[in-house]
Design a protein around this ligand. Structure first.
Ligand SMILES: [Zn+2]
Length: 165
């Protein structure tokens, strides 16, 4: 292998990483990196391995996330094998980046952990603690719906089953 080839391969790996880092959550316009779901990536010429920690083990977005990763890799390395290791229980609300939090709040989501201050859930719109759960599940099993009695807003909270009491 010549030095020129090695440089080109390094560039490919960067492009694979860049493409995978752009993969977004199937339901929210935020990247899996910013959500704290995409936790590891290893790129070789033959295979790309990623570790994904779903927000809940039964999250129905898993198939869509995996498809998104495969498409992103295939766009750069069409022949590479894609290995996706799921790490159930590996996701934590504090892994969400500041960028991810901004996007989530902009979409009206609270985030378990971030949204709970001294045990009181806060409305992402007005900051009021007068919020109540309106049901077990929101739009998907990853979310719990809440209603703010101060400003009347409805919002979903992302979290794991353990976090939602
Ligand atoms: Zn409110």
């Amino acid at each position: 292998m010549t030095g020129r080839t090695a440089v080109r391969q390094d560039g490919l790996q960067d492009r694979v990483r860049a493409a995978v880092f752009e993969v977004r959550d199937p339901e929210i316009d935020v990247t899996l990196v910013d959500l704290g779901v995409l936790q590891e990536i290893e790129v070789t010429e033959e295979a790309v391995r990623v570790v994904l920690a779903p927000t809940r083990t039964a999250c129905p977005g898993r198939t869509a996330m995996a498809d998104g990763i495969r498409r992103a890799v295939a766009a750069v390395l069409p022949d590479a094998e894609v290995v996706i290791d799921w790490r159930p229980g590996g996701w934590r609300a504090d892994l969400v980046s500041e960028q991810g939090l901004d996007t989530l709040r902009g979409c009206g989501y609270g985030v378990t952990g971030h949204g709970v201050v001294l045990g009181i859930r806060r409305c992402p719109y007005c900051g009021s603690g007068r919020v109540e759960s309106t049901g077990r599940f929101g739009g998907s099993v990853c979310k719990t719906p809440f209603h703010c009695r101060a400003c009347g807003s409805a919002f979903d909270e992302l979290g794991t089953a353990d976090d939602i009491g």
